[in-house]
Design a protein around this ligand. Structure first.
Ligand SMILES: NC(=O)c1ccc[n+]([C@@H]2O[C@H](COP(=O)([O-])OP(=O)(O)OC[C@H]3O[C@@H](n4cnc5c(N)ncnc54)[C@H](O)[C@@H]3O)[C@@H](O)[C@H]2O)c1
Ligand SMILES: O=P(O)(O)OC[C@H](O)CO
Length: 349
């Protein structure tokens, strides 16, 4: 008889809380998993009370996922080491900016046999260039790490509206176990082996979504946005071919690819803030603070991260959409010039 596997969630924001709802319910349905799920919560005071205390008494993350109850077997823990020490499966789901700090805190304090899955959309940057977030987890913690990405706006998933997601996992048995942990009747999972492309799609779509917000802010219609989505997808494919050769084209047709692009370019936070950026003239950090109540934007930082690499390799002109989006975010380029970038894209030359 093998021991049921203990699951810990590292992160408790908008998506972290939605996923806690799914995982909390699913562990109760299978003998493979222990019934308690510890969730690391970055402690903060909300209405004069600790967020962990609110979650553990009211079973709701009232700051990051208001209006959705979490199962009572999800226990909020303010110390990452305490949350993860005994876990067999670690689910990483926090803004990518914090991953290195968390992993460094966890080093030497997790089971050597643990395995991980990253739901984080973004890149890590270091002096040698870009790093996949799953690789940061793998190398810093010396454990295996799969990924889950998809067209998954957290509030809709928490509302149990039908959607799909893609798990990228090279090991079939691990993939099956993860599917059992995440799939529900409203959250349908496809497991593919092409885990690098799954993760790249999740990170890069946030940049394109920022561009979609710019054209909304400029008052262009759906045809223009469709062009941004298409050109963004072309650059995503090209980015994968150039820097991570070996992608399967079919992966772009999974939820992590085309579907996530569509949902983010219409309903996501990156789109919303980018639209306001054009309309108000305020800075991205200002708008993030005003509009997102502590949630974190991934598109503009990811555009900056990939630009470091494109610039270093003298390849900015081969990725004009990604480059223009970054330059607009840092006010090096007027938002109106974005349309010139679309008109003059190498696709049309
Ligand atoms: N929100 C969505 O709809 C959604 C859907 C799919 C994927 N994602 C991805 O999931 C990841 C996590 O997103 P999210 O929406 O759960 O987060 P979020 O945008 O809600 O971010 C806020 C979280 O960051 C935490 N935080 C703030 N400062 C911190 C620090 N110094 N150290 C550690 N944590 C800190 C906050 O406590 C909070 O839990 C991102 O990569 C995002 O792209 C989000
Ligand atoms: O709200 P966004 O723009 O961070 O996107 C959320 C999810 O990644 C959509 O799948």
């Amino acid at each position: 008889m093998t021991e049921p596997l203990k699951v810990a969630i590292v992160g408790s924001g908008n998506w972290g809380s939605a996923i806690a709802k799914i995982v909390g319910h699913n562990v109760l349905k299978s003998d493979d998993f222990a019934t308690e799920v510890k969730m690391y919560v970055y402690e903060e005071m909300v209405d004069g009370r600790k967020l962990t205390e609110i979650i553990n008494t009211e079973h709701e993350n009232i700051k990051y996922l208001k209006g959705h109850k979490l199962p009572e077997n999800v226990v909020a823990v303010p110390d990452a080491r305490d949350a993860c020490r005994e876990a067999d499966i670690l689910i990483f789901v926090l803004p990518h900016q914090f991953v290195r700090r968390i992993c460094s805190n966890l080093q030497g304090h997790i089971k050597p046999t643990a395995v991980a899955i990253s739901l984080i959309k973004g890149f890590d940057v270091h002096d040698k260039g870009l790093e996949l977030i799953s690789n940061v987890v793998r190398t810093m913690l010396s454990i295996d790490c799969a990924v889950l990405m998809g067209a998954n706006i957290a509030s809709e998933v928490a509302g149990e509206n039908y959607c799909e997601a893609t798990i990228g996992c090279k090991k079939p048995d691990f993939g099956k176990l993860l599917k059992k942990l995440f799939q529900t009747d409203y959250f349908r999972i496809v497991v593919v082996e092409d885990e690098i492309t799954v993760e790249l799609c999740g990170a890069l779509k946030n940049v394109t979504a920022t561009g979609a917000g710019f054209v909304d802010g400029l008052g262009y219609g759906d045809n223009t946005k469709a062009a941004v989505i298409r050109l963004g997808l072309m650059e995503m494919v090209k980015f994968c071919e150039e820097f991570y050769p070996g992608s399967k084209m079919s992966t772009f047709l999974e939820s992590c690819g085309v579907a996530d692009l569509v949902t983010t370019c219409y309903g996501g936070r990156n789109r919303r803030v980018a639209e306001a950026f054009v309309k108000t003239g305020k800075s991205i950090p200002e708008l993030e603070k005003e509009m997102l109540n502590g949630q974190s934007l991934q598109g503009p930082p990811t555009a900056a991260e990939i630009n470091i690499m494109l610039k270093a390799k003298n390849m900015e002109d081969r990725f004009p959409l990604f480059t223009a989006i970054h330059r607009i975010c840092i006010r090096e380029l007027e938002p109106q010039k974005f349309i010139d970038c679309l008109k003059n894209h190498p696709e049309h030359m």
